[in-house]
Write a protein that binds this ligand. Structure first.
Ligand code: GCU
Length: 425
């Protein structure tokens, strides 16, 4: 059999399996199999965590290690920014209310080069401003209706309805995702938006020859080792790289950066928040399986389903837990707990059962015991709140009406949450 036919055959097999699994998705609460969730404050060798010191010195590092080696994969080394190029700064953006700044971070090593384009809108003030930092799905030009935004030249998944053809965007792609980015509201509330196209860091395809991964390969290596980073960790690494830059930007208050992400990018935002404590706030918008939702609760997407459809997102060790979630030494509430004591917001949508809203809520609730140990208010709700009734302690949560998306309503809650924690409002 020719190699191409063989690969085609395997590809088809995997996809048939993925479709078959989707048929079997559990969406009925009464069909959820029994499960047990590890207590975040019980040590792996069974002792109880009773002090802040034991949490930070022992339990937190142990949990982080398991997520690193078994779920997201290790960052194989350090890669600093090689060069920053500011393309333009304009003090006349968003109807004169904001500064727009566009720049690129260049990463270079041996014959590898990566350019990560950053778009910033910052409210005009004489103080450093707090910002929301988020990856976007199709390029910075899609975020806002502004002809001055540079079109991405990176590979983007095809979508002819917004002018993405042959994996390249076109003029027609401008502002095509602007519904998700209420720049005017963000600016008027006194926050900046810093955004970057996730494909600049690692194109979202099952191919480890591009993006940041090859920077760290040994001779003849073509993909990360079984405990090394998949794409979610690569995107998280990129967010930390942007943070390295923000620490030097005179206009941004790097102590007040809220890292935010929707869906797969919510998974990346959570992993960025867990691995990099410079992020002062972490916001997960409908991140679902491998994000905020519990894995051991079988509802909506499962570990097998995600590993089958997106084999490049996690490390290969995670495959061990396909259909064997009970063997996972951790669950996702323990990932959320790694954010403590920093404010954490988890959001779900009623029309997004694939991401398991209840599993996301329970995860935020179970993570709260760590916040409480640290003397903070965790999630101020024992039961799932009603639709469109956000709750906000140091951990916040809402389930809104509507489908899987990042909406103005979601942003309004994140702005309120940031006001509460950054401004004491
Ligand atoms: C798929 C995937 C989810 C992911 C989502 C997204 O639905 O199964 O895990 O969150 O894509 O990123 O939009």
């Amino acid at each position: 059999m020719k190699p191409i036919v063989f690969f085609l055959f395997i590809y088809l097999l995997l996809h048939i399996e993925a479709f078959a699994q989707r048929e079997n998705v559990i969406y009925d609460e009464s069909k959820v199999p029994e499960y047990q969730i590890p207590d975040v404050l019980t040590r792996f060798n069974r002792g109880k965590v009773k002090s802040e010191k034991t949490w930070f010195k022992k339990q937190r590092p142990d949990i982080l290690k398991v997520f690193t080696e078994e779920v997201y994969g290790k960052f194989p080394g350090n890669q600093e920014i090689s060069e920053v190029k500011v393309w333009e700064t304009s003090a006349n953006a968003v109807n004169g209310l904001a500064i727009r700044k566009q720049l690129s971070l260049f990463f270079k090593k041996n014959n590898h080069n990566l350019e990560v384009n950053i778009l910033m809108y910052l409210p005009k003030t004489d103080r450093k401003v707090p910002v929301f930092l988020a990856c976007n799905f199709t390029g910075n030009h899609a975020v806002y209706n502004d002809p001055n935004i540079r079109l991405t030249e990176s590979w983007v998944a095809n979508n002819p309805s917004v002018g993405i053809i042959n994996n390249q965007v076109t003029e027609q792609s401008r502002a095509s995702a602007s519904d998700r980015w209420p720049v005017d509201e963000i600016i008027k509330s006194g926050y900046g938006l810093v955004t970057v196209y996730y494909g600049d860091i690692d194109p979202d395809k099952n191919d480890f020859s591009d993006g940041i991964h090859p920077f760290f390969y040994e001779a003849n290596q073509i993909k990360p080792k079984i405990d090394e980073w998949g794409s979610v960790a690569a995107w998280a690494w990129g967010l930390s790289g942007v943070m390295d830059y923000l620490e030097k930007d005179p206009l941004v208050d790097a102590k007040e950066v809220a890292v935010l992400g929707h869906s797969r990018l919510g998974k990346a935002a959570l992993w960025a928040g867990a691995t990099d404590q410079r992020f002062a706030m972490v916001i997960s918008n409908e991140s679902g399986c491998g994000g905020a939702a519990l894995s051991k609760r079988i509802f909506g997407e499962t570990v097998l389903m995600i590993n089958t459809s997106f084999p490049h997102w996690f490390c290969d060790n995670f495959l061990k837990y396909n259909n064997k979630e009970e063997l996972l030494p951790v669950d996702q509430h323990m990932l959320l707990a790694l954010i403590a004591p920093r404010p954490l917001y988890v959001a779900s949508a009623e029309g997004d059962p694939w991401a398991d809203p209840k599993g996301e809520f329970l995860s935020a609730k179970y993570a709260s015991s760590v916040y409480e140990l640290l003397g903070l208010e965790g999630l101020p709700a024992k039961e799932m709140p009603e639709v469109n009734h956000p709750v906000m302690g140091t951990v916040g949560y809402h389930i809104r009406s509507g489908k899987h998306d990042l909406t103005l309503y979601d942003w309004q809650q994140y702005i309120r949450f940031a006001d509460k924690h950054f401004r004491g409002k």
